[in-house]
Write a protein that binds this ligand. Structure first.
Ligand SMILES: O=C(O)[C@H](O)CO
Length: 449
């Protein structure tokens, strides 16, 4: 047990506020304004009484929670529908079927959900209004491989892509080009219905074609981009033949591209973002201020290899701790975004735990700032990598308290085994599924010397 109880209380309060700020329910209620039968969303109005049927579909870690609010807002106007979410992220709904499936590697349950959602979409007409609730995780949760790619090919490709250090834009360029659902194809299946896509963003820059691989958005990426990703990460040898063939044939113009801007299928589609990472960072900043720490947001687009980004952020925090910047301690450095981990070891962890471990090592090495810093790394969906933790915390005594681990902390990092390290220190952060997903928030408390 940490002796830094007060720091832990503060970091947990910051985490809670970050999560509250991006909770699906308030985000949905803010986005949807309904007066009698007139619904206003993002400046557009819809006369709900003019539609024959109103459906809900969706995919992502927040989709079931979003559908719960939609049911409450629309009441009897809602005909029904189907949303898919990750295992453990489902909620009980009155009119909407909820299917759960695998993430980050897709599974057969996800394939069934994708098939059923596409079936529902294809059965709609120009007299229907369809709400599409999208959030991060959708790419894995609803796999719909295009011929001749199969689910097991997609599983193999997903594993290789997740472990090579590719960015989400790069990964999703490939996912879109192997899919009948992503890259605007869901919008194609829904044409000519009217579509309102409400989206919780978990990508830097909130690019509509990247979030969940953009099922209802025009795609900017091409088969040539996919080939460039395979070359950059030397993935060709690892990928199933069918995957390489689709991309090679696509580059030669022999496979149809994803749906692009100007395609008629987007004429009746509104894509609108209702929550994103900046809202979580700002919520965390508010909480820090109330708790006596001046917030300093250093980055709303944190990216890069987790361990490198962590070292840079700790060195910056050290400068603040030394009084080299205008804002003086006590302060809280904050950043939001999503780092990547190039997996080289065989351990267990996630990017937030890896970030926290690299931060602990950097703090121990600088040494003079050891007593000043406490660190929180939070994955806002509640699951960091394939673990049951949302992230981890580091306190001034994290290294000292676990002398054995301190000596071999670098080995834990080299083996990508941060989960084990923080299990030993007792400072994993466990929230359970949060039913939202807006990437990560890092908070570093810097106390006076
Ligand atoms: O599902 C996905 O593609 C990622 O979470 C990014 O949105």
């Amino acid at each position: 047990m940490t002796v830094y109880k007060e720091k832990e209380r503060i970091l947990r309060a910051i985490a809670d506020r970050a999560l509250q700020a991006v909770s699906p329910d308030p985000a949905m209620r803010t986005a949807l304004s309904l007066e009698n039968d007139t619904l206003t969303v993002d400046g557009r109005t819809y006369d709900l009484a003019s539609f024959e049927r109103i459906f809900v579909i969706g995919a992502g870690k927040a989709s079931a929670a979003m559908a719960r609010t939609l049911e409450s807002v629309l009441g009897d106007r809602l005909h029904g529908g189907l949303v898919a979410t990750k295992y453990g992220h489902g909620v009980k709904l009155k009119k909407t079927r909820v299917m759960e499936s695998g993430h980050p590697v897709p599974d057969p349950a996800g394939e069934r959900a994708a098939k059923d959602i596409l079936g529902l979409a294809k059965g709609t007409t120009e007299k229907d209004l369809v709400f599409c609730l999208l959030s991060g995780g959708a790419s894995a949760i609803v796999p719909a491989p295009r011929d001749p790619v199969t689910l097991s090919h997609k599983q193999a490709a997903t594993r290789s892509l997740l472990e090579c250090g590719a960015t989400i834009n790069e990964i999703n360029a490939i996912r879109k080009h192997l899919s009948r659902f992503k890259g605007g194809h869901l919008a194609g299946a829904l044409e000519p219905a009217t579509v309102v896509s409400l989206i919780i963003s978990d990508v830097i820059g909130d690019h509509l074609d990247v979030i969940g691989s953009g099922p209802t958005a025009p795609d900017d990426s091409t088969f040539l981009d996919c080939q460039a990703v395979l070359d950059k990460y030397e993935l060709c040898a690892d990928l199933p033949d069918a995957v390489r063939r689709v991309i090679r044939d696509g580059c030669a113009g022999k496979e149809p591209e994803t749906r692009k801007k100007g395609d008629s299928c987007f004429n009746r589609v509104l894509n609108t973002i209702i929550a994103g990472n900046a809202m979580a960072v700002d919520g965390a900043a508010e909480a820090a201020r109330e708790l006596g720490y001046t917030p300093v947001v250093t980055d709303y687009a944190m990216a890069g290899e987790a361990r490198d980004t962590a070292s840079r952020m700790i060195r910056l925090a050290h400068e603040y701790g030394e009084g080299l910047h205008e804002v003086k301690p006590p302060l809280c450095l904050l950043a939001g975004g999503e780092t990547t981990v190039t997996v080289r070891g065989r351990g267990k962890g996630g990017r937030n735990q890896e970030f926290a471990l690299a931060a602990a090592i950097e703090i121990a090495e600088i040494h003079s700032c050891r007593e000043q810093m406490s660190v929180l790394c939070l994955g806002t969906d509640g699951t960091d990598g394939p673990t049951d933790a949302a992230g981890a915390m580091v306190f001034p005594d994290t290294m000292a308290r676990s002398e054995a681990q301190a000596m071999v902390a670098r080995e834990f990092l080299a083996d990508n085994n941060a989960y084990r390290f923080f299990t030993n220190t007792g400072t994993l952060l466990k929230t359970g599924p949060t039913l939202t997903n807006v990437m990560d928030v890092v908070a570093i408390l810097v106390d006076p010397k």
